[in-house]
Design a protein around this ligand. Structure first.
Ligand code: DSN
Length: 453
């Protein structure tokens, strides 16, 4: 490459990905074919509009690509309509609002602090600024770490829906470790006449692989990103179900108009082509095995963490994701320490709020981790046990560091201004920690045995 600066940064990122373990549950490794198609000649094209109805010439092959992508998505998810043009998940969700709501309409969604997404109506998102949003949470009770199969309080969600009469209800999350009962959400939405949209971004690959229930029979609209468990390029899709078209025969047209010209300009045709490849891959029997192994790996990892003394929200994992609440382990607000120390050891995950959060979204008390990326590398139960053990070792190092600060030390009790300073000092100490260096080497050794596509 002539641009040496970017070339160097690409090499460094490649090294980071190869030598570390990726546990952010919304990340994955796209296949080499998906990456190749992303840099194909389709990157050069403009094609505002839809197949057969474009505002630019020269779209005969783009039309075929987009139609193929649509057919594959419809078949894989069992829907009647799909728009494959959204640039990513947030614009896809915003397009749904644009399609079925007027500014100021009431919309309901799962709160961000309870595992929902910004675009499900959080006050800082355009969705919370232009629409009146009502947020529902999760059941918070002593049993939140016991194994159970549902954390939603349907009576409360029904009460909120009846009181506020939303035009649109979202079901779906970014940090929820259990399966969704879409039927129960549908009963509530139908009772108040709301559109029900499922955001399946996190679990799309599990649904496609047949290991997670599909919302399609129950909801009107489905949105998904294409780069998480579905393992495609970054991108998104909006689907309309048979139930959706029964409720509103114009729903597909409304979605199309909302995406273009409502919200976006020209679609990223290289992305559409790469999504088509990912959908082809997801329809193969090997993908079913992959989806099954994601869940198996998540459950093995969850077991190791529970046995090591961690509290897992929902008592474990039924999907690709684990939400560990570290409040009882470190005190409130300490997810950041786990994220930083694990990063130094070569394990990437993210700090996350937990149900009943006692600290703040900037200093949340939990960590979120998952198995889609490691499973793509071919890791199985044996490696999950190793990863779980290493996570526990790193957490024990942090605990020791806290103990050294004094018997009654609690990070969250520090004055606000002192928190940043404390974290910086912690990082300096961790960089010098010999046990952490040893763990990093052990991780690198295992990681390098498992190639990334
Ligand atoms: N950033 C995504 C996630 O990590 O879940 C949600 O947009």
């Amino acid at each position: 490459m002539k641009d040496k600066k970017i070339e160097k940064l690409i090499k460094l990122e490649e090294k980071r990905q190869k030598e570390g373990l990726e546990l952010i549950p919304s990340e994955n490794y796209a296949s080499s074919e998906v990456r190749k198609v992303l840099s194909s000649y389709f990157v050069n094209k403009y094609s505002e509009g839809y197949p057969g109805r474009r505002y630019y010439g020269g779209n005969e092959w783009v039309d075929e690509v987009e139609r193929l992508c649509q057919e594959r998505a419809k078949k894989l998810f069992g829907v009647l309509f799909v728009n494959v043009q959204p640039y990513s998940g947030s614009p896809a969700n915003l397009a749904v609002y644009l399609a079925v709501c007027q500014p100021g309409d009431v919309v309901m969604g799962q709160a961000l602090t309870a595992g929902g997404h910004l675009t499900h109506g959080h006050k800082v998102s355009a969705t919370g600024i232009y629409y009146k949003t009502v947020q529902y949470g999760l059941k918070i009770q002593d049993s939140k770490f016991k194994s159970q199969n549902d954390l939603f309080d349907y009576d409360e969600i029904r009460r909120l829906a009846k009181e506020h009469k939303p035009k649109l209800i979202w079901v779906g999350a970014t940090a929820y470790p259990l399966k969704f009962n879409y039927k129960k959400f549908a009963e509530i939405a139908d009772e108040v006449g709301a559109y029900l949209a499922a955001d399946i971004s996190h679990v799309a690959g599990l649904i496609a692989g047949g290991v997670h229930p599909s919302p399609v029979p129950y909801v009107h609209i489905v949105t998904t990103t294409t780069h998480k468990t579905l393992r495609g390029p970054r991108g998104a899709m909006i689907m309309v179900t048979e139930k959706g078209l029964k409720k509103d025969p114009e729903l597909s047209d409304k979605i199309n108009k909302a995406v273009f010209p409502g919200l976006q300009g020209g679609p990223h045709d290289n992305q559409t082509a790469a999504i088509a490849v990912a959908l082809y891959e997801a329809s193969q029997s090997s993908f079913k095995k992959y989806a099954f192994q994601i869940v198996k790996n998540s459950q093995v990892l969850a077991k190791v963490l529970i046995e090591g003394g961690l509290d897992l929200v929902g008592g474990g994992s039924e999907n690709h994701l684990i939400l560990a609440d570290l409040t009882n382990y470190f005190g409130p607000g300490c997810g950041v320490f786990a994220q930083k120390a694990l990063d130094l050891a070569g394990i990437t995950l993210n700090k996350n709020t937990v149900p009943g959060e006692q600290a703040s979204p900037f200093y949340p008390s939990g960590i979120r981790l998952g198995t889609p990326a490691l499973t793509t590398r071919g890791m199985k139960e044996k490696e999950m046990k190793f990863v779980g053990k290493k996570i526990l070792e790193v957490l024990a190092i942090i605990k020791k560091y806290f103990e050294k600060q004094g018997k009654d030390f609690r990070f969250w009790d520090l004055e606000k201004e002192k928190r940043g300073e404390f974290i910086k000092k912690f990082e300096v100490e961790m960089k010098k920690n010999k046990d952490l260096t040893r763990i990093k080497l052990e991780i690198k050794k295992v990681a390098k045995k498992f190639i990334i596509p």
